[in-house]
Design a protein around this ligand. Structure first.
Ligand SMILES: CC(C)(COP(=O)(O)OP(=O)(O)OC[C@H]1O[C@@H](n2cnc3c(N)ncnc32)[C@H](O)[C@@H]1OP(=O)(O)O)[C@@H](O)C(=O)NCCC(=O)NCCS
Length: 215
């Protein structure tokens, strides 16, 4: 009797995993996951500048935009990586950023690129998730609500594609990002390493996803 119940539980788990995997595959098969979310195609920032947002697969990003993405990543993050046990290795980072599974949101103002997010639809510990690998803004584009807006766009895409949550990894010593993600309601994910391990990063997530821009 006990054995049968156990098998049934396993079968339920296997069925859930199949559904989760199919959701990830379906999301990755979309031509543009932002296409139907029109409220996220542009943003009027706190200084009244108008910002356009596009969503692209890595393979569709022109080389000059990719160079800017690498450059901004390095300008924003090199020091923080060097201060961590991971260190900074631009080749490894660029390889990760150009893996075929990578999707990008790119924000531009008057033809100038001012921010991007690298994200993926993926399985994480058996769950279908939208993983935010990067959120990087030019210094001049910060504190105008754009970071919040891009995260809301990710949350809406996750909601629309039936992902369970939006996840991200952040250095504990990233003094800009920690208060930002907390202000947006991100909490310690249950897969984050135990505090006792004293690692330099935490995994945050949000499960109650919004469907549109929220002030
Ligand atoms: C982190 C980052 C994306 C935030 O984007 P942003 O557009 O500046 O943030 P927003 O203007 O949307 O801020 C939303 C809220 O987050 C909080 N916040 C944002 N930046 C903050 C800061 N430097 N200090 C304290 N709180 C901050 C505030 O509560 C803010 O609301 P408010 O402006 O109404 O007070 C941006 O600072 C950045 O690109 N940093 C460098 C790259 C980086 O560290 N990326 C994260 C890697 S995991």
């Amino acid at each position: 009797m006990k054995k049968k119940a156990h098998k049934t539980r396993r079968q339920i788990q296997a069925a859930k995993a199949l559904i989760a995997k199919k959701r990830v595959d379906d999301a990755n098969a979309l031509v543009d996951p932002l296409a139907t979310l029109q409220s996220f195609h542009s943003y009027v920032a706190k200084d009244n500048s108008r910002i356009e947002i596009v969503c692209k697969r890595i393979k569709d990003i022109p080389p000059e935009i990719l160079s800017w993405i690498f450059d901004l990543m390095e300008r924003n993050m090199k020091q923080l990586y060097k201060q961590s046990s991971w260190g900074w290795d631009s080749t490894t980072k660029q390889n990760e950023m150009t893996e075929p599974a990578a999707w990008y949101l790119i924000a531009s103002c008057e033809g100038e690129h001012i921010g991007f997010s690298h994200f993926r639809f993926d399985m994480d510990n058996g769950l279908e998730v939208l993983y935010c690998y990067e959120l990087q803004l030019e210094p001049s584009a910060r504190r105008k609500g754009l970071g919040r807006f891009i995260m809301q766009a990710l949350e809406s895409m996750a909601f629309q594609t039936l992902m369970q949550k939006v996840m991200l990894t952040v250095f504990k010593h990233n003094a800009l990002a920690i208060p930002f993600f907390h202000a947006l309601g991100y909490k310690l994910d249950n897969t984050s390493p135990p505090v006792a391990e004293n690692l330099g990063y935490v995994i945050l997530s949000k499960q109650n996803l919004c469907r549109g821009p929220v002030d």
